[in-house]
Design a protein around this ligand. Structure first.
Ligand SMILES: *[C@@H]1O[C@H](CO)[C@@H](O)[C@H](O)[C@H]1NC(C)=O
Ligand SMILES: *[C@@H]1O[C@H](CO)[C@@H](O)[C@H](O)[C@H]1NC(C)=O
Ligand SMILES: *[C@@H]1O[C@H](CO)[C@@H](O)[C@H](O)[C@H]1NC(C)=O
Ligand SMILES: *[C@@H]1O[C@H](CO)[C@@H](O)[C@H](O)[C@H]1NC(C)=O
Ligand SMILES: *[C@@H]1O[C@H](CO)[C@@H](O)[C@H](O)[C@H]1NC(C)=O
Ligand SMILES: *[C@@H]1O[C@H](CO)[C@@H](O)[C@H](O)[C@H]1NC(C)=O
Ligand SMILES: *[C@@H]1O[C@H](CO)[C@@H](O)[C@H](O)[C@H]1NC(C)=O
Ligand SMILES: *[C@@H]1O[C@H](CO)[C@@H](O)[C@H](O)[C@H]1NC(C)=O
Ligand SMILES: *[C@@H]1O[C@H](CO)[C@@H](O)[C@H](O)[C@H]1NC(C)=O
Ligand SMILES: *[C@@H]1O[C@H](CO)[C@@H](O)[C@H](O)[C@H]1NC(C)=O
Ligand SMILES: *[C@@H]1O[C@H](CO)[C@@H](O)[C@H](O)[C@H]1NC(C)=O
Length: 466
């Protein structure tokens, strides 16, 4: 079918080209549109005419008649066919090696008939070093360059997260230094670590180009809490609850660049003793946190622990007060409340637990800690086998509203029956597990979409075969 369309299109173009009136009426037409050329290109622009009163001339933007090619005139000239007559003529304006000065209106004229096109000759701004990573130092300032030379003069703008940066004379200083549009960022902090984009635009040339600068600010460590909030105090204390005879992970998280070195200490009688056992001090791969695995076999494990993080820019530390907390009771009501192809929803409560109430009562009783949420473990049922809890996926859910009892876990596989067990979670740790019976099953993913696509494929293949 495609070739038919092509033939129709070609016929259409021919008919448009040949419908120029040949009924004796004078007619003149420039066979090109106003356009933008890059410096140095070669172009031929044709002007055609019929039944003309006079010869066709091309008039330059400086209002002079363009001459034919000669030894003196080799860059911009006209070329006429030897067959040119007033009845039918085609005259080419040749521009070799376009220059910025060629910009303007070029007119094809024969007597009082004329037609003009506007030509813009420009130089596309070229950005060297489109990607760069620059380091800055906390408290100092940094200058980001964006050099862009072009014609017409490009418009240059710096962006941060898609928002244009404006000169506020305090944090961001923008200066034009020759062809360099320079962004200075003052009083650097870790929050300035980001990608800065310089965008160069030449509307007349439909040209734009970006320069991306990744700024990395070297800064001292700052503590980060479990809600990912950054704390700017150098020392901090935190209450930690542990359950007797269970292990408790205490996680110390910071942001820092260069990556920090963590150290853990046991604090007793005003003396810090470093803890270096590689089985109790773990450093996850992200490099921004360190985990101390506290094993509370007796009361002697309780007390103060210190985590400190340092890098070349400074240090920060946090003291954990570890005391005993209660192991929460397990949930005593569990009901499957909804299923979908990828999720299961349960209605869960623990009537003997200390559940949060509407009044935000923050004072915690360590022997009756507020329930924070639940932990689910799910593993697909394999007929004839006991649940393999080691292979289970664990999902932690939070009680977001004090009265909510519905919790959804997923993503899960569709049409799959799961072994599910649940435990209550408080600041100290987890309750014992409770298994959910009967085993819930996710919904079957509808086969409709697949068969629909199949039908579409069959429908589109069939006529061609036919
Ligand atoms: C000039 O016209 C003749 C006859 O009309 C044609 O054969 C020839 O190709 C034309 N030459 C040019 C350069 O158009
Ligand atoms: C070219 O002609 C157009 C339309 O007449 C006019 O708007 C434009 O300013 C002219 N350009 C120059 C460079 O003179
Ligand atoms: C160009 O054509 C217009 C009419 O289309 C006419 O008014 C004008 O005088 C012509 N200009 C020249 C320079 O011949
Ligand atoms: C902790 O474990 C020890 C020994 O296994 C046991 O004697 C003690 O009763 C346990 N304590 C609690 C609170 O479970
Ligand atoms: C503590 O962290 C380690 C390593 O990330 C993990 O294997 C272990 O299950 C965690 N223990 C608890 C009680 O969360
Ligand atoms: C670690 O800290 C650096 C520097 O602040 C930050 O860019 C990076 O995202 C952090 N990594 C994690 C896993 O939080
Ligand atoms: C961090 O602190 C330790 C001990 O105080 C010191 O030996 C080490 O050089 C420090 N690291 C950096 C990067 O300053
Ligand atoms: C959860 O179960 C309880 C006890 O059956 C019931 O009163 C409550 O309405 C259920 N909640 C929802 C959201 O279904
Ligand atoms: C814990 O607090 C809840 C709610 O305040 C209460 O119902 C429960 O009896 C308390 N449990 C203990 C062991 O004190
Ligand atoms: C929980 O309480 C809030 C107001 O405190 C109410 O708007 C909401 O409907 C309640 N949700 C349930 C599931 O009862
Ligand atoms: C549904 O599960 C089957 C096998 O368990 C899988 O092949 C299919 O891709 C799943 N469909 C969706 C929509 O996840």
């Amino acid at each position: 079918m495609r070739w038919i369309a092509a033939v129709v299109l070609l016929n259409f173009i021919y008919s448009v080209l040949s419908t120029s009136p040949d009924d004796g009426e004078p007619y003149l037409h420039v066979m090109a549109r106003s356009s933008v050329y890059n410096v140095g290109v070669k172009r031929a622009i044709y002007c055609k005419g019929r039944n003309l009163p006079e010869m066709i001339d091309w008039i330059s933007p400086k209002d002079t008649v363009v001459e034919g090619r000669s030894s003196k005139n080799t860059r911009v000239y006209v070329e006429r066919s030897k067959n040119d007559t007033l009845a039918s003529s085609l005259v080419a304006l040749i521009i070799q090696d376009a220059m910025i000065e060629d910009s303007g209106n070029w007119t094809c004229r024969a007597g009082s008939l004329n037609e003009s096109i506007e030509i813009t000759v420009g130089v596309k701004a070229v950005i060297s070093n489109k990607y760069e990573t620059i380091e800055g130092e906390e408290g100092k300032s940094v200058k980001l360059d964006c050099v862009a030379k072009g014609y017409p003069a490009p418009i240059i703008q710096w962006y941060l997260e898609n928002d244009p940066i404006s000169n506020d004379h305090k944090k961001y200083i923008l200066k034009m230094k020759g062809d360099n549009y320079q962004l200075e960022i003052k009083s650097l902090t870790h929050r300035d670590t980001n990608e800065y984009v310089c965008r160069v635009t030449q509307k007349a040339l439909s040209h734009f180009s970006d320069r991306r600068v990744q700024l990395i600010v070297n800064h001292k460590p700052f503590l980060v809490d479990e809600n990912n909030e950054v704390s700017y105090s150098k020392y901090k204390t935190e209450e930690v609850y542990a359950i007797m005879n269970e292990t408790k992970n205490i996680t110390c998280t910071v942001i820092a660049n260069p990556p920090p070195t963590f150290r853990w200490y046991r604090r007793q009688n005003g003396y810090d003793e470093e803890l270096q056992d590689t089985e109790t001090v773990l450093t996850p791969e992200d490099g921004n946190s360190s985990v101390f695995v506290l094993r509370t076999f007796d009361e002697s494990a309780l007390g103060e622990y210190k985590c400190s993080a340092n890098n070349s820019k400074g240090h920060v530390s946090i003291i954990y007060h570890v005391s005993l907390g209660n192991k929460p009771n397990p949930p005593d009501f569990i009901q499957l409340a909804g299923t979908s192809t990828s999720e299961l929803t349960f209605n869960i409560t623990c009537s003997t637990c200390n559940m949060a109430t509407a009044e935000e009562d923050m004072s915690e009783d360590p022997t009756n800690l507020t329930v924070l949420g639940y932990s689910f473990a799910l593993v697909p049922v394999q007929e004839g086998f006991l649940p393999d809890w080691d292979a289970a996926n664990e999902f932690l859910v939070d009680i977001k509203e004090y009265n909510s009892t519905l919790f959804t876990v997923g993503p899960l596989q569709n049409s799959t029956t799961y072994h599910v067990r649940v435990r209550t979670r408080n600041a100290a740790g987890f309750s014992d597990w409770v298994e959910v019976t009967p085993n819930p099953t996710t919904d079957l993913a509808s086969q409709l979409t697949l068969s629909f696509i199949l039908i579409l494929v069959i429908c589109s293949v069939y006529p061609i075969v036919y």
